[in-house]
Design a protein around this ligand. Structure first.
Ligand code: PFF
Length: 431
């Protein structure tokens, strides 16, 4: 549940549908499914297996499967780059999550008759963004300080079922509204002329890696908390299936909602004819739709932004866990202290981005998710398939799934992570 909570986040409910909207609907969906099952799932397994084997933070874990001084240096490089990357991801994620919290409070303020406060909550300002970054990070730090069982696992298993329920209720409701079916069509009828577009491949791969929280050590750390009795290939498939499933289902909410907004007179196309994506979609198109719904819109909006806030929180805790686990294990820092200290540094970085939004936001997002994450995914495959000894990998996998040695997984996966994944990542990366 915790690993699914990490995977399911803004990337699924926002990133995936908007990427699909701007990349030919189902053509993107199709490419994404291929990328997610063929590249991201094997990479996810690589991280979970290394993590459970080493039972340690990412740097130590990669070192423990290294052979010789050169690979140990590479381990330190990959582990550190992961910790740095995940901290930067958290710094921009917290900004967007802060918007979600502000938009969640907006209908409450309106219900309480505080129209001025509601206006402030939904108007883009540095002050609002700064305050909500701090609030969101405080929540994240609070959960991480409570530890793995009482913090991460407890909250993930409370919040995830709630998230799925809200998502399904919202879909059922939105699909009954006028215009929704046009949205569904735009989402599910493919424009195949787009499939060969290299931009679409890069976007789909970046999206798949981001969505499964890969490369940065999150899944490795969560893997290190999985008991030896657990069946890893099954756990990994469940996490991947839930993550991919929720992204696909979220598309059935967001795209129909956009066309409902269109039917209600809201502009959903950019001047060049493409669908509005990115921040404008969530913070302008959808709220306009909610307000066009009248009284019921207040509750729908409340549910939607609660969904977004929950999804963000179960992901942000998994991000903060990576540097905290490192500091706690490696530097012997107390967990609570590490969470507070590292959380404060990340909050500061977020505030710097808030104050320099235009030059910094896209830069950090692109660098972390499109450059760093796939590169790290590449190295994880190299570690598990080229550096770690094959018999040791198998020994780890059969713990908890003794049948794995003769099963499909062990026949296909090693070849996959050895050749297909690194080659495909490089190809898409350099292409
Ligand atoms: N998987 C999360 C999402 O889809 O929103 C984002 C994420 C979480 C990325 C954790 C990286 C990470 F380490």
């Amino acid at each position: 549940m915790a690993a699914s909570g990490s995977a399911v986040g803004l990337g699924n409910i926002w990133g995936f549908p908007t990427n699909a909207a701007s990349n030919g609907g189902a053509a993107f969906l199709f490419t994404y499914l291929v990328m997610a099952f063929a590249l991201a799932y094997p990479a996810l397994m690589a991280e979970l297996i290394i993590g459970r084997h080493a039972k340690a933070n990412s740097i130590k874990a990669l070192q423990s499967i290294s052979r010789g001084p050169r690979t140990r240096v590479l381990a330190v490089f990959v582990g550190s780059l992961g910790i740095l990357t995940v901290s930067f991801i958290l710094s921009f994620y917290a900004i967007v999550s802060g918007w979600m919290m502000a938009y969640f409070l907006d209908p409450l303020a309106r219900l309480a008759g505080m129209t001025e406060a509601a206006g402030w909550l939904t108007a883009d300002s540095e002050l609002r963004n700064g305050i909500f970054v701090v609030l969101f990070m405080a929540l994240t730090i609070h959960i991480i300080r409570a530890g793995v069982k009482n913090g991460i696992e407890r909250w993930a298993s409370r919040l995830m079922p709630m998230l799925i329920l809200i998502l399904l209720l919202l879909i059922v409701y939105v699909l009954t509204l006028p215009g929704a079916m046009d949205g569904l069509r735009a989402y599910l009828v493919p424009d195949f002329s787009q499939v060969a577009n290299p931009r679409l491949l890069v976007d789909a791969m970046g999206q798949a890696f981001f969505s499964l929280s890969l490369g940065v050590g999150t899944m490795l750390i969560y893997g290190s908390y999985i008991s030896k009795g657990e069946n890893l290939p099954v756990t990994g498939s469940l996490v991947a299936l839930l993550d991919i499933g929720i992204a696909v289902i979220a598309g059935m909410l967001i795209l129909p909602a956009m066309y409902v907004a269109l039917a209600g007179g809201v502009q959903i196309f950019n001047p060049d004819g493409s669908l509005v994506a990115g921040p404008a979609l969530i913070v302008s198109v959808l709220p306009e739709m909610f307000s066009a719904m009248g009284a019921v819109g207040v509750f729908v909006s409340l549910a939607f932004f609660l969904l977004m806030t929950i999804a963000s929180l179960t992901s942000s805790i998994s991000m903060l866990e990576v540097p905290v686990a490192f500091a706690a294990e490696y530097r012997n820092m107390r967990r609570g202290r590490a969470a507070l200290l590292i959380g404060a540094v990340v909050t500061l970085v977020s505030l710097v981005i808030v104050l320099n939004f235009d030059p910094l936001f896209d830069l950090v997002v692109n660098y972390a998710t499109e450059v760093s994450q796939p590169l790290l995914g590449f190295f994880f495959c190299i570690f598990v398939a080229w550096i770690w000894r094959r018999d040791a990998v198998l020994r780890e996998i059969v713990q908890g799934s003794p049948e794995a040695e003769s099963g499909m997984f062990w026949k296909v996966w090693p070849v996959y992570v050895k050749f297909v994944c690194p080659a495909a990542i490089l190809l898409v990366y350099l292409g």
